[in-house]
Write a protein that binds this ligand. Sequence first.
Ligand SMILES: [Zn+2]
Length: 615
Amino acid sequence: MKKLLLSIALIATSWAGAQNNTSYWQQHVDYKMEVDMNVENFQYTGTQELVYTNNSPDTLDRVFYHLYFNAFQPGSEMDVRSLTIKDPDRRVGDRISKLSEAEQGYLRVSSLYQNGNDLSFEEVGTVLEVELDQPILPGEKATFNMEFEGQVPEQIRRSGRNSSEGVALSMSQWFPKMAEYDFEGWHAAPYIGREFHGVWGDFDVKLSIDKDYTVAASGYLQNPDEIGHGYTDEEVEAEGDTHTWHFLAPEVHDFTWAADPEYIHDKRIAADGTVLHFFYKNNDEIKENWKNLQEKTEDLLLFFNENIGPYPWDQYSLVQGGDGGMEYAMLTLITGERNFGSLVGVTAHELAHAWFQHLMATNESKHEWMDEGFTSYISSAAMNQVMETYADNPHTGSYRGYMQLANSGAEQPQTTQADRYDLNAAYGAAAYSKGAVFIAQLGYIIGKDNLDKTLKRYYDEWKFKHPTPNDFIRIAEKVSGAELDWYLNDWTRTTATIDYGIKEVTKADENSTKVTLERHKLMPMPIDVTVRYTNGEEEMIYIPLQMMRWEKPAEHENWTVADDWAWAYPTYELKIEKPLSEIESIEIDESQLMADVNRDNNLYTAEETSAEAGQ
Ligand SMILES: [Zn+2]
């Protein structure tokens, strides 16, 4: 509990700071739920008491709850979208349309009260629309009490029963969840494909289930001595047929759990004190991988602690379940029947989301590239170290994904709502690949040291909050001193591409050479030029982008800063104070961190030119 108290102290300070400097505010929820799960028919009933604090400057006369499980019914928006999109997710396909009544999912609210008064409400697909009895004034609290009942759908997407690997219950998006209200108003988005934007708060959940089931959950188990199942080393005598598990999850925006009668439950205490829990099926084919994963998970955790900021909770659980990999509060569900590299890779990705979604909680449906892209960036960097690959650029996969997208004709800007991409593939490349390149390329623009500092300050200022793209780029501006609004705008809000080339290299006079560079595409960039000389020397010439009003700190021992290049000029003349005969090669962005869509025109070599001259 020590780390948690510390983190709450940090939240209090950062909120006070935010109030002084900006108008940032966020709503707050405290949930208390009691749930009974029937493992025979996969139906459950629950009660929920929700104390909602309106920290906004607005008076609220309506509220909205997400009822995610209603997506798993024939004719739902998720179903119809999957049937009509050109490249449906193979896990979904037409499977929802074929669910029988006993296999479908549902989540129904049977009663709802505000401060003891009966409320009228309407279930509209995956959203519950509620008219309030009394408006909630700025700064006021309201207490909502509800009864609900649900049925867990067959495992199709993220959550469900009887996963393909035989996990009984993967329970994400399972309870009526208050939609987020922020500076942009309500976000009562239907559940079509992509979903996270939740309200921060504390969850107190009591879950009654068949005593043979081992439960993994967001939150700390409060009654391990009554439960056993690997949460205590003592033998526990079960009374009755069910166990009631009591979990507390502080300062999260989601609560997820999973359960199976055959889970093996291992624990490992990491060097920073975090208790890592591992839940996986008793299956001989995967056991060794899941044992070996445990040390790697600790290595990954320590990498993220060092390169972003300390993991603030005392516990993290890696749980076999779901349909691939999906991050939740203090926990992830991943499929477990993988080769070892893939198992560590999915763990690196989902664990990184504990920072880029469950601490810096961006609105995933609006800014999908911020959580998926940042996560892809930092998990590639972590894998490079933890798996001892040590590549110079661990992000080449992301660059390839982005190049393919940019040259495909199917690219939509990253500001596209996550469900509104024409193709799932275009969503994936924009969010994951182009999102990771956004960060790696920022390292090219402001320098690696500034990028590293930016990620740490982003954590310091935005953990336990909902940052926006502008909040991130402002941190990068403050850390570096450079103007970067052009980068955020052109990269994330347009499909403009980058192509700089060497147009001509000619003799200026006996002692100097003229290099003409050309900008072929719309996106501006500062330019690094590497010049190699016949005597073996090497020089890095940096051409600042004028609109940045800034120069990058030296990144090479032989570093020359040339005149600014103002974007509107399509060409630029660079003078090198050496005769043409002493130049071996000239290359634009040797690091390949600038996402130049056509690298064919980036390199000049002396041999090539003489060979051409000989033809
Ligand atoms: Zn992800």
